[in-house]
Structure formats: structure tokens, C-alpha cells
Design a protein around this ligand. Structure first.
Ligand SMILES: [Zn+2]
Ligand SMILES: [Zn+2]
Length: 125
């Protein structure tokens, strides 16, 4: 009979540990934040604003054509052209996010006056 008791205790322990994992997984990390970001679909040129969790990787799903072809939208402040965020070299491991270097060019007019497209909700932060 003693053997059965041990089995039950082990079973309870397994259930408790499993629950702990489920709860841990359900809790969001405090660092994960959601932000409205202006996105541009490279497949159908659809522009939209979507909540993006920090750490989420491009490309995102386009709600218009349903393709995973949406990237952060950048805009030229001179000619107002909207284009996909320019590629930039991968940041070094564990390095803090660097300032956007002023080396990106507008594909339309060639000016360097470009930056992330405002999503319209930035002022509320
Ligand atoms: Zn699309
Ligand atoms: Zn331009």
C-alpha cells in the first residue's frame, strides 16, 4: 500500500510542476510591450497600422492580401514617399538599440530626410 502512496505523491508533484510551467508561460514578460506601428505591405502596397509586440520579427501578415509581406513603413519627409524600412546591419549581440544612422536614402527623391512613419498614436506615450 505504501507504494501506492508514493505514486500518488509523485503524480501530484508532476501536476504541480506542470501547472507552474503553464502559469509561467501564460504570464507575459514585463519587457514585452505592444506598440502601434505603421506598416507597409510589399506585396499589395497596403498601408496600415498594427499593434506589434516588442521582439516580433518582420515580415508581418498583411490584412489586405493575407500575405506575410508587411514591413515597418518609413516615410520621406521631403516628398512623402512611403517605403519599406531600409535594411540595416544586424546590431551586435546585447547591444542597446542604436540610433538610426542618417545614411538611409529616399528611393523616390534620394534625400536623407527619412524616418519611421508615425502611426498616429505616438504622442500618447
Ligand atoms: Zn498586402
Ligand atoms: Zn523623398
Amino acid at each position: 500500500m505504501g507504494n501506492d502512496k508514493t505514486k500518488i505523491i509523485v503524480l501530484i508533484l508532476i501536476v504541480v510542476v506542470a501547472f507552474a510551467f503553464v502559469i509561467k508561460g501564460a504570464c507575459k514578460k514585463p519587457g514585452a510591450r505592444t506598440r502601434d506601428r505603421a506598416l507597409l505591405c510589399t506585396s499589395c502596397n497596403h498601408q496600415f497600422v498594427q499593434k506589434i509586440k516588442s521582439g516580433q520579427e518582420e515580415p508581418f501578415k498583411c490584412p489586405n492580401c493575407k500575405k506575410k509581406a508587411a514591413y515597418y513603413a518609413w516615410q520621406c519627409r521631403d516628398c512623402e514617399a512611403v517605403f519599406k524600412r531600409p535594411e540595416r546591419p544586424k546590431p551586435e549581440m546585447d547591444a542597446p538599440p542604436a540610433m538610426e544612422p542618417p545614411t538611409h536614402q529616399c528611393p523616390e527623391c534620394g534625400n536623407y530626410n527619412v524616418g519611421p512613419m508615425p502611426s498616429g498614436t505616438e504622442s500618447k506615450e
